[in-house]
Design a binder for this molecule. Structure first.
Ligand code: ZN
Length: 473
């Protein structure tokens, strides 16, 4: 930014490009000549105006070659108070001087002086020298200001994308409610990359559930017909109606004894972690937020997803259908069409408020080599590791269950796709197709009763005798 710089080849080239850029292109640099077959007509200067516009730098600042990104602070000799300086400020030889990132808008609102984004200059540096000499301090402050503005612009795109996912498309809808902005998620710092990928699958809802697999391969359009094969019917009295195998179903509701056992172990492990003294020590620094209730499905699923947010700050977008029409007494065919799990955003926020300090502490240890602690021993790391191992274990168990005969054969044929009763079976088969004995645990409950693999397979055999279903192509 010295006088010599202003006569450099690049500066003269920009000035030449500006001289041939129309007023229209200066005022609307993003939309002028923006069609795919007109892009070659954009000047270099127009593209500079467009880039600067995204960073919140005005047209006049670009034309004047003086982006208003940083400011100068002065502290009188012997004083503890920093004050903003301007062109008229008198700076004595012993005064301290620093250059800092300009605070966020609104520009006319009184804003506190930034402390952690300022770089010191030699004492007595004049205001003009501070802004015109391309010192390491000015360079660092300018880069920090641009990075801050760039992140802000990127975040507006991220917020729009998250809102679009939540309000419209189903793909990545669940993921969009697990974060609030564009930040690197802490679980990527796990030492074990395959475990981190399990967390990613859980957050993206691409774990190998019937819901994901059969929608991904476009094999069954109706969500509610993607039945879980690990647990039994919703009602023993209603044949061939099962819970859809969604991610929340596997994590919270699946009644297979293996999944139930893993779920209880997960709750106990989380409870043990939450009462560890190291956790209390970290949380005490932020006011000791209340630990989630791990027996509550809402809290458990929020922790399971390692949410660092609850989606963009537009709560109306996250409105889910009310469960009023579905209740414990509803018909099984109605129950399976309603979401088995609906998130309570208020509770989710509380669970996030408990997790975030643990993650922040973990990342702070990872990023600061002066911290004596090991990241692997931080509570945030332990929490992510616990969740990752749980995701892997429940899908490992699912795979094992579905590869054991006779359920494996029924699963391979996708017997539960059958919907309409088939022609009457011969008497012998009809005798074998007597309804399963009533299961008191199932009646009137949204959660299917726990059943063993043998029980489930037995019911499958009966159902197959009564309803023949063609194998899925
Ligand atoms: Zn199930």
């Amino acid at each position: 930014m010295t006088a010599h710089d202003k006569n450099s080849t690049i500066r003269r080239a920009i000035r030449a490009s500006m001289s041939v850029t129309s007023d229209t292109a200066r005022i609307n640099p993003d939309t002028t000549w923006s069609a795919i077959d007109e892009l070659n007509r954009q000047t270099w200067a127009q593209q500079l105006f467009a880039a600067a516009h995204r960073f919140g730098i005005s047209q006049s600042q670009v034309e004047a070659d003086s982006p208003d990104l940083v400011e100068v602070h002065v502290r009188a000799h012997g004083s503890d108070v920093w004050q903003r300086a301007d062109a008229n400020s008198l700076i004595a030889a012993l005064d301290s001087v620093r250059v800092a990132v300009k605070p966020r808008e609104p520009p006319h609102a009184p804003a506190p002086l930034p402390h952690d984004v300022a770089w010191r200059l030699p004492d007595g540096t004049s205001w003009a020298s501070a802004l015109q000499q391309w010192t390491p301090a000015l360079k660092a402050a300018t880069y920090a200001a641009l990075r801050q503005r760039g992140n802000r612009f990127r975040d507006t795109l991220v917020q729009a994308f998250l809102r679009e996912r939540i309000s419209g498309a189903k793909h990545l809808k669940m993921w969009a409610t697990t974060l609030t902005g564009s930040i690197m998620q802490p679980y990527w710092h796990l030492d074990d990359a395959p475990l981190a990928r399990w967390i990613l699958k859980a957050r993206f809802d691409i774990c190998p559930t019937e819901h994901f697999v059969r929608s991904y391969y476009r094999r069954l359009d109706d969500d509610f017909r993607r039945a879980c094969y690990c647990c039994g019917r919703i009602r023993t009295s209603t044949p061939d109606v099962f819970w859809p195998e969604t991610l929340p179903h596997v994590v919270l509701f699946c009644a297979h004894q293996c999944q139930t056992r893993l779920r209880e172990k997960f709750r106990a492990d989380l409870q043990r972690l939450s009462t560890h003294p190291d956790v209390a020590k970290v949380l005490a620094q932020v006011g000791s937020p209340t630990a989630p209730d791990f027996n509550d499905n809402n809290d458990l699923f929020t922790v399971f997803q390692l949410c660092t947010g609850v989606g963009p700050a537009v709560s109306a977008l996250q409105a889910e259908p009310l469960l009023g029409a579905a209740n414990n007494n509803a018909d099984a065919t109605i129950l399976r069409e309603w979401p088995q799990y609906l998130r309570n955003n208020m509770r989710a926020k509380l669970a996030v408020a408990w997790m975030r300090p643990l993650f922040d502490d973990w990342l702070a240890i990872s990023r600061d080599p002066r911290r004596p602690e090991l990241p692997q021993q931080s509570p945030g790391y332990c929490l992510a590791l616990l969740v990752a191992r749980h995701v892997r274990s429940i899908f490992s168990a699912r795979s094992s269950i579905l590869s054991t005969q006779p359920l494996a054969a029924a699963f391979k044929r996708r017997d539960r796709d059958s919907q309409a009763p088939q022609p009457q079976p011969p008497p012998q088969a009809a005798a074998a197709a007597q309804p399963a004995p009533p299961n008191s645990q199932n009646t009137g409950s949204l959660v299917p009763a726990q059943g063993s693999l043998i029980d489930a397979a037995s019911r499958e055999t009966n159902a197959q005798a009564a309803f023949s279903s063609p194998p899925e192509s």
